[in-house]
Design a protein. Structure first.
Length: 94
């Protein structure tokens, strides 16, 4: 049953870097979103060699960069809902 529930969630990738205050704020915002929508939050630590290093935090859903720097939670919410509808992940009990 746990695998069925896990596959029901939309994976949201949060790209962060060490000692980044705004990255911590973004993580808390996404965790709050996870209380209203079933998401799986995956943190990705970027290094100074990564092209996203100066643009973190950055959020990806379905391989698409949605928002970076100051996170726009409504853009993330809309992308998660869109992903759930188009992928058919609406109800884990079906």
């Amino acid at each position: 049953m746990k695998n069925k529930i896990a596959s029901y969630k939309t994976e949201v990738f949060l790209h962060t870097k060490a000692r980044c205050h705004i990255c911590g704020v973004a993580e808390q915002m996404l965790k709050a979103l996870g209380r209203t929508l079933p998401i799986k939050l995956t943190k990705v630590l970027v290094t100074d060699k990564d092209e996203l290093f100066e643009r973190v935090p950055a959020v990806y859903v379905s391989g698409e960069l949605l928002t970076e720097g100051k996170i726009d939670l409504e853009i993330v919410r809309a992308a998660v809902v869109h992903d759930r509808i188009t992928s058919g992940r609406i109800n884990p009990n079906v």
